[in-house]
Design a protein around this ligand. Sequence first.
Ligand SMILES: *Cc1c(COP(=O)(O)O)cnc(C)c1O
Length: 414
Amino acid sequence: MSFNQQTEGLHVEGLSLASVADQYGTPCYVYSHAALTGAWRAWADALAGRNALVCYAMKANSSLAILEVFAQLGSGFDIVSAGELERVIAAGGDPARVVFSGVGKSRQDIERALAAGILCFNVESYPELLRIEAIAAAQRTRARISVRVNPDVDAGTHPYISTGLRENKFGVPFAEALTLYRHAHASTHLEVVGVDVHIGSQITELAPFLEALERTIAFADGLAAEGIGIHHLDLGGGVGIRYRDEEPIIPADYIEAVWQRLGKRPWQVLFEPGRSLVGNAGVLLTRVEYLKVGAERHFAIVDAAMNDLLRPSLYEAWHDIRPVSQRAGTPIEYDVVGPVCESGDFLGRARALSIAEGDLLAVMSAGAYGMSMSSNYNSRPRAAEVLVDGTTTHLIRERESVKDLFRGEHLIGG
Ligand SMILES: *Cc1c(COP(=O)(O)O)cnc(C)c1O
């Protein structure tokens, strides 16, 4: 295991988390190189010999060194902004393996991505298709597109991370998608290359994926019958991970089921995993500032907060919280909270912990949607990030300084 309990405390690969905290301070994100590559292999091994491309959905964690690890493994990338594209390029990724998702692509986003020669725009509406067509015409080129269809499948997840239902803002219903495909097929500045679907996140069952797949295959078959051939099927991301006691599907089973249903169709299949590649490869390391023992509840006030890890506040997400070193004594039930001035600022509630002021805690499974959703709320510099490979540490992001927070701000000079 990449994060493992030893008698001298919790380790990441061959290093104690306590030594990482000593060297780099807290709060600090700590990633395991072995866990990242292991998660990649779960996809790559199952896809070996199949016509497929993994496009890491980098919004899960877009730190340059994380992208570098996946780029070197041959990954493509799923981006949602031109800023993410610049990160791919800075990390040594290949724009020709980039797909561009998202409902609100700006003109600048599209211009930049088209000029960089990305693999495909995943189009989310008719007006977006028209905008891409106009920009491609201005650049005297053709934009490769797929339409993100909305298959009206309930992924059975938290409403904030479900995207494949009719009422969501994402994707285009099949009937309307057909109109978009006919328009694109007839256009000199658009090239239809795929059909795209993405139904949500932290999905732990196979059934919703397969329901969406079957509906999408039927739709693509209909396109082919009209003479609108595609090159690839993009099945999006959404494969869940274990935070607590979930029994998530494994990529190999999903992949096997996909190819069973594809039959002899010659399409390449794209996958856009985010969470499943990075979620369990990172922890947020934090130190107990104060123990505040009240009449109703006990609080462990730590130096990490909702600005560092938003998921508990935003989705009521549950992360395991483990003491880095075991301490004797009867555990007490604490709400583990940060210093931010919001009642919604918590990392975990009602956790039985045997801890004292100054102890280190590890918030587990924090590699996805942790650092990438962090902010400077309350003028808190963002955490450092450290990648551990065996016993070697790489500081992949310096802790922000307070001065960094002022950059670009101006007094009015009154
Ligand atoms: C967020 C997102 C993903 C990744 O989802 P995970 O649940 O992290 O795998 C993939 N594709 C699209 C279009 C997304 O919006």
